[in-house]
Design a protein around this ligand. Structure first.
Ligand SMILES: Cc1cc2nc3c(=O)[nH]c(=O)nc-3n(C[C@H](O)[C@H](O)[C@H](O)COP(=O)(O)OP(=O)(O)OC[C@H]3O[C@@H](n4cnc5c(N)ncnc54)[C@H](O)[C@@H]3O)c2cc1C
Ligand code: SF4
Ligand code: SF4
Length: 519
């Protein structure tokens, strides 16, 4: 056995090399270590070639890489070792970033690095070599989350010939995008999907191939219960709630909706309109098969009678099935932060969120696209948008949600273009617009007279038919803005099912509840 140790400091200067000198010397004293290399090794091809030369020259057959970014580099160095005939699973990596960042006299950091190195050398030395073998891989994917991102992922995979199971917890696909009306930066319809790769044309979500591709199987009202197996060969157990309508039989004639006597708040319009108990939320929704919400249905038996093809089945029950898939894509999106109790939200109908405003501004929304106060049906003369509600706030979430400034500016522009005499003010800590073409929206907002006021939001009080909004200005002084409608730019947060989903799949979540990226 010939173990090789590479000690790679963060940086190439003499200081960096000096910091890891003690560790390299220590490596030489460890059992079975035949060669020690000290020097900066990054992810570039030049460094990988140097590494290959070193492996070949020293005839090492097991390797420990001590570096500051092992998760980023390990795979590349495993492959480079394999190029020189070393079994890539006999390459270990440890993180010595603490040593690299520490003061040269920091004994604790040096001691910790030695312990990590000793453990890695022991481990790599005690591994039994298992030859890599080829095993068949399921040519199918599980995509969890049927929003725009999940639909696109499913489409791309299906286009490449893979079988895709698209699992959506709700009765319809699309996620939030169909509710948005228009989408920046192109200001296209929210259902419009930008062309990717070599495509020439934009595509409407309604015409998404997920609904027609023979490679895609839709599982709406479904969630992942269990995932077992390894990459390439998973068994995924899916639970599906009843739709009460047989998707294979339904011809989408809409007769059941006409007959339906039950009503409920329309979730698609965030309760700003009503829907029938058997419904398709919008003209663009997929699949084009209604969902029967039995809880709100007053005459289910009549619906069964009315359906011309016998598609309504009140006897449907929750069911489980196990799918064989080779890979899993999580595209579960986000939830909107609920600002209930903040700045009069939930108490006054004219305090809304940006998603409510999106529904009001949408031509196919509950007001036919007209900006209307919900309290009296009048058009507000002064609209105030309050940024960072539920974001950048130690009481709620400390992170920036990164998109709500764009949403506010988009809506402000829309209002100013359609009703130029409306006074639109955005109260912000600072406007964060970082994305392609976003800066253009910022300048356009200025040109159209959108007022951008910097300050810390305070409190809202009713004043006549409108509101007074107290805030601290940039100098910390007390100031006030008046408005007829207040729109809260509430941030994004991880969905409630994220934790359980991450656990079922074996993924990490960060302290904010979002799934961690590998790097
Ligand atoms: C008011 C507003 C305006 C916006 N305007 C714009 C804009 O102009 N331009 C722009 O680029 N972006 C805009 N956005 C952002 C845009 O909505 C998101 O980028 C987009 O929705 C992300 O799509 P997604 O598929 O990742 O997530 P989502 O739309 O959140 O969809 C996620 C889907 O996954 C499903 N799901 C969640 N958990 C599970 C689970 N455990 N199992 C199964 N299914 C699950 C959900 O039901 C949902 O259907 C706006 C957002 C808001 C709120
Ligand atoms: S369930 Fe029957 S009545 Fe309703 S849309 Fe489908 S086919 Fe028509
Ligand atoms: S409103 Fe702007 S600054 Fe505040 S959290 Fe959203 S994107 Fe970030």
């Amino acid at each position: 056995m010939r173990i090789g140790v590479v000690v790679s400091p963060w940086g190439t200067g003499p200081d960096a090399t000096a910091k890891v000198g003690g560790l390299a010397a220590y490596a030489e004293t460890l059992p079975d270590v035949a060669a020690v290399e000290s020097g900066h090794y990054g992810p570039g091809e030049e460094d990988l070639n140097r590494f290959r030369e070193w492996v070949k020259g020293n005839k090492v057959d097991r390797i420990v890489l001590a570096s500051c970014r092992p998760r980023l580099f390990k795979e590349a160095y495993m492959r480079a070792a394999a190029d020189e005939g070393v079994n890539k699973y006999l390459v270990e990596a440890i993180d010595i970033s603490q040593l690299c960042a520490a003061d040269a006299k920091d004994k604790a950091a040096a001691e910790k690095a030695k312990i990590l190195l000793r453990a890695a050398v022991n481990r790599v030395g005690s591994l039994e070599e298992v030859k890599a073998q080829r095993i068949p891989v399921e040519q199918a994917a599980l995509v969890i989350g049927g929003g725009l991102v999940g639909m696109e992922a499913a489409t791309r995979l299906a286009d490449q010939g893979y079988r895709v199971h698209l699992v959506e917890q709700g009765p319809f696909l699309g996620g939030k995008t169909p509710q948005l009306g228009t989408c920046f930066p192109s200001m296209d319809c929210g259902n419009c999907i930008a062309p990717l790769g070599g495509e020439l044309h934009r595509r409407c979500m309604y015409r998404s191939p997920v609904a027609v591709s023979p490679n895609v199987e839709l599982h709406t009202l479904s969630s992942l219960k269990k995932l077992v197996g390894v990459i390439g060969n998973f068994r995924a157990t899916i639970e599906t709630m009843p739709r009460y309508i047989d998707q294979d039989k339904c011809i989408g004639c809409g007769v059941c909706t006409e007959f339906c006597q039950g009503e409920a708040p329309n979730e698609f319009d965030l309760g700003l309109s009503k829907r029938k108990a058997v419904y398709i939320p919008s003209n663009m929704s997929l699949p084009r098969v209604p969902y029967l919400d039995l809880e709100h249905c007053g005459n289910p038996e009549e619906l069964v009678e009315a359906c011309p093809v016998g598609a309504i089945d009140l006897g449907m029950r929750p069911r489980e099935e196990t799918l064989k898939v080779g890979t899993v894509i999580v595209a579960t999106g986000f939830e909107m932060f609920d600002p209930k109790g903040m700045y009069g939200y939930g108490e006054h109908p004219d305090v809304l969120t940006q998603l409510h405003l999106a529904r009001l501004l949408d031509m196919s929304g509950p007001t036919g696209g007209s900006l209307t106060r919900l309290s009296d049906g009048e058009r507000p003369g002064r609209v105030l948008m309050v940024q960072c509600v539920g974001s950048r706030d130690p009481r709620t979430h400390e992170y920036c949600s990164r998109i709500c400034c764009g949403i506010a500016v988009k809506h402000a522009l829309d209002i100013k273009k359609r009703w130029p005499d409306t006074e639109v003010t955005i109260l912000h800590k600072d406007i964060r617009l970082n994305g392609k073409d976003y800066e253009r929206m910022y300048y356009e907002a200025g040109e159209l007279g959108v007022r951008l006021v910097r300050g810390e939001a305070g409190s809202l009080t009713s004043e006549g038919k409108g509101f007074a909004f107290a805030y601290k200005d940039e100098d910390g002084g007390d100031a006030k803005l008046e408005a007829d409608m207040v729109v809260l730019s509430n941030g994004m947060e991880a969905g409630p099912s994220n934790q359980a989903l991450a656990k079922a799949i074996g993924l990490d979540v960060n302290p904010d509840g979002f799934i961690n990226e590998v790097n």
